[in-house]
Design a protein around this ligand. Sequence first.
Ligand code: FES
Length: 150
Amino acid sequence: MTTEPTPNATGLTRRRALCGLVVALAAPAALAACSSGAEAPPAAGGGTTAAPPAGGGIPVAQVPVGGGTVVEGPNGPVVLTQPQAGVIKAFDAACPHQGTPVDAPEGGTITCPNHGSQFDATSGALKKGPAESGLTPVATTVANGQVQFV
Ligand code: FES
């Protein structure tokens, strides 16, 4: 004589209930493992999003013509200069000597406040040590009056 599983009050056998539980627990992990990494934005009215705001960038107007400014870039501080109207240059602000963030340019020269290395504000080239090389260029584009990091 064989015994049939006894359904519970909802009509489920123990085996079916366990199978359903396993599927319910495993499916989200499987789905998460298959995701592309892109996350949907949160519903309106709540949460935060990692996506930059539409049109996010640094307004070209914030970069003085003939001078520049230091802004936060995707990998740390970046010196933006505008040697001529509409010509934007960008350099990693980390001094090649010991990594101290350099200051915004003055008179066409970017100076490191730590030991006084100087760099050309147009090319980033070394003008005076103790640094032994120039500033590292950072790729940018300008669109709709905004400087974007690429
Ligand atoms: S860290 Fe910039 S000159 Fe030394």
